[in-house]
Design a protein around this ligand. Sequence first.
Ligand SMILES: [Fe+2]
Length: 402
Amino acid sequence: MNKANSIITINDCQSDASAIVRRLLNQIKHTAESFALIYDLEIVNLHNFLAGSVCDPQPILNALLSHPGVDVRTLLNIDSVPKFKDKFSENHDVVTMSGDDSRKTARMFNRGPSKESKTPFYRYFDTATTPTSPFRPELIEPLMFADGSSEIHRGYFNHGHFEDQITLFLGDVNLHWLNNSSEQLIFTATQFASSYKLPFIPHTFTSRPDIGGRILAVTYLGATANQEFISFSKNLTLNKFCELLDAYEPIDNLDAYYDLNVVTSIAPATSKIYSGNSQRVQLIDQIPGQPNSSVSLLCVSPKSELIIPQNLNHQWLFNCSNTSAETSWRNGAFDFGPDSSMAVSPMTELKMQNLNCDFTIIACFSVRAGDGDPFLHAKRILKYVGRDAVSRIQHETCQWFD
Ligand SMILES: [Fe+2]
């Protein structure tokens, strides 16, 4: 990686730097091991740092400063903020990453029912992101195959995370999750199917044999992550908090949206995507209580263009077709090729031109993190995920992504 910069020292950092670095690594989907490998860091030193033990912090801080998409400003203590004001005032209108650069960041994570039986389970790739984005994009390739017709071992599941998650499936992928009775449910996704999950739902992904697939996922903090709301909830017993949520205004017809606790959307018909003029095809646009977030496909027809208007949200775009689109904005341009990605800040208009003879298909995640009413979001979590999850709202702020 480039731009190693040693200007931030441990004296510039907040006292809980270990916890913040753990969160930063979590946000960029790295474990201590995978991050140490990239920057040639001593793993014991990094583990010591994360545990708050004696260590040499400087190589770790340098590596964080060099890594794209890490908001190191969150590390700074109040006295050091003015010192670095100019350093971090760069404008991040649009950040791009080519498919080749993304592939170079591939890293594998193991998972399994027991320590001895862990096998390669996911391959993760970095994509374009900005330090100021309120959400985190992920490109994941599930490496375990399952046909999607029967349950897989619970040992392959995570414990669910604090973040909401929207996913778009590329190829044949299974989403497995547990409902609030701990029953395993499976969504057998095909190309361009999508899903939204409430926080704290244990889940995992597998690929179906022959075709296999990948996942585009955006995780973001929902309304309940609001610090005032969390502080308020911490002052209540779990019983009192749940009582209060039960008594909160009813949720109308939510069952129509939720397949127990996950919203899924099957792929639109091929004829809708690959015919006609350039257009936006909405996928999930009915996330309950979050009217400002959506995922869609930008279908740019051959030899034509598509304007992506300014948006109040941050947006993440990923080219999931085999053709490119020449993409330009106020002060820049990018040859938006297959598997390339773009992180677009609010109020940035884009123009995409497809000079090819085939459609260019771009996945577009437009997300307003924190959107909605925290009480309603928490009430949904209580109803569709359960009391344990409500307790996690009170006591957990961020969980290791794995
Ligand atoms: Fe997840």
